[in-house]
Design a protein around this ligand. Structure first.
Ligand code: GDP
Ligand code: ZN
Length: 458
């Protein structure tokens, strides 16, 4: 495939001490060289060096920028193509000027994710690694970042490849048996097949067991705070936001009013739903009515139900218990600095197995216990990100689930005494499904769609 030369601003837009314009493709050196004035022409400098100089407007011969230019010769580069990185002064105007010069000289403006897409198309990384790059950019907690880094480094890819290899061996074994029936006893082939397929199936299971946590790490845990007016919902929200690093992200392709707020609670990224609404009106039930509140609660993965220690339980409180039935819920009995008026025994019986935490948000008491309860609810048993490859991406989860199902069908067919070449079809199908995780046999349109979710300049 003949590639053209692409360019984009790689540093975040806005203020910043330096800005970087990245150029990649067969013409990268020539394009930048025509704009550059330094000790030596760029086409004569060594690869992987950084060179001080100036960018000159080729029409007016004016000096445009003072720059440091990195020259990176293929294939040891991010895209596996010739690459140039122009470090210039930060700030919108100067970076954009540099980009414009490069585009005028014949580079094309890169699409979002196109650098990473080239790394994938040129075989430097596989698809799950590329998806890891995207997750890395968006990671909201250190743990989420570790998961993404593992994926970029290819930990998930390696595990998937090992499993594919095992399936391939099974298929090869069956193949031999079909071609040379006298070579191997059919019985033994079946045994090998069952053993290998069961192994792969249980390994996929182990991967899928990480999916729940992986997905939370990657996407955040949608959280809603409910409670009657004045129980302390806003105080709780403020406490969580101030004690922890709040991360505000805007989701690409959406308008500003759906900006989401994340807080990192002991490694659990909470995505606070509808926080603006809570701030404004204090009471979602009152504001939305019971039916719509039910929907908000049902959409949440974590419900924080706040009660007032200093007041008797009301029917409205009891309704909230019902509303959150069956959801992961933490009951927070707030205002313990005031005299006990609520019936704690009754709360315990209403809560059932849902954890109860008592707090005085006014005095900042009980918040540690609350945070621990949140962590425990989702990461009971410690979460190791060191060696584990988490499956965190919905696309991967779907493919792994399908692959496992297909293998199980194959095993069922063996049990039922189906002909072995029928079984082989399922095993081959599972092998293909696993291949899609790392980007083998995925369609071009899917690839385009995945990469278009990237930021510009990556
Ligand atoms: P919301 O209506 O549920 O959002 O409740 P707020 O967070 O706005 O709190 C209502 C009032 O209760 C405010 O005056 C808070 O200062 C007060 N408050 C919140 N938490 C506590 C607490 O733990 N103890 C006491 N005594 N007052 C609290
Ligand atoms: Zn409030």
């Amino acid at each position: 495939m003949e590639m053209d030369t692409i360019a984009a601003i790689s540093t975040p837009m806005g203020e910043g001490a330096i800005g970087i314009v990245r150029v990649s493709g067969p013409d990268a050196f020539n394009i930048v060289n025509r704009l550059y004035q330094g000790k030596k022409p760029l086409i004569e400098v060594d690869s992987h060096t950084i060179n001080y100089g100036h960018l000159i407007d080729p029409v007016s011969s004016d000096i445009i920028e003072e720059v440091m230019v990195s020259i990176l010769k293929a294939p040891r580069t991010y895209t596996k193509e010739d690459m140039v990185e122009i470090n210039c002064h930060g700030g919108l105007i100067s970076v954009n000027k540099v980009l414009q010069l490069v585009l005028n000289e014949g580079a094309r403006l890169a699409e979002p994710g196109e650098f990473t897409k080239r790394a994938f198309l040129n075989g430097r990384i596989d698809l799950s690694q590329a998806e890891g790059v995207m997750d890395l950019i968006r990671a909201k907690t250190d743990r989420a970042m570790n998961v993404a880094i593992n994926q970029v480094e290819g930990k998930l890819s390696k595990r998937v490849q090992t499993l594919r290899q095992a399936l391939l061996e099974t298929v090869a074994h069956v193949e031999v048996n079909i071609d040379y029936p006298e070579y191997d006893a059919e019985e033994m082939t079946l045994e090998v097949l069952q053993e290998k397929a069961s192994y792969v199936s249980s390994e996929i299971d182990r991967l899928l067991q990480t999916a729940h946590q992986g997905k939370i790490l990657r996407e955040g845990l949608s959280t809603v705070i409910i409670g009657r007016p004045n129980v302390g919902k806003s105080s709780l929200l403020n406490n969580l936001v101030h004690e922890n690093k709040a991360i505000v992200t805007d989701i690409p392709g959406t308008t500003r009013d759906v900006i989401e707020e994340y807080v990192n609670v002991r490694g659990v990224p909470l995505r606070l739903l509808d926080t603006a609404g809570i701030r404004q009106t204090e009471d979602i039930v009152e504001r939305l009515g019971v039916e719509r509140s039910r929907k908000v609660v049902n959409d949440a993965e974590l419900v924080l139900l706040v009660l007032n220690y200093n007041e008797e339980l009301t029917t409205a409180d009891e309704e909230l218990f019902q509303l959150s039935e069956g959801r992961d819920t933490i009951i927070i009995v707030n205002k313990t600095d005031l005299p006990e008026k609520i019936d704690m025994k009754r709360i315990q019986s209403l809560a059932g197995s849902r954890p109860i935490v008592t707090t005085s948000l006014l005095k900042d008491e009980g918040v540690d216990e609350l945070e621990e309860a949140i962590r425990h609810l989702f990461f009971a048993g410690d979460l190791e990100t060191g060696d584990m490859s988490y499956v965190s991406n919905s696309r991967h989860i779907a493919l792994l689930t399908q692959a496992k199902k297909t293998i199980e069908e194959a095993l069922g067919a063996v049990e039922a005494g189906m002909p072995i070449d029928m079984v082989q079809i399922d095993i081959t199908k599972a092998w293909e499904l696993l291949g899609e995780v790392i980007g083998e046999s995925v369609s071009e349109s899917l690839i385009d769609q995945l990469f278009s979710q990237f930021c510009l300049g990556k």
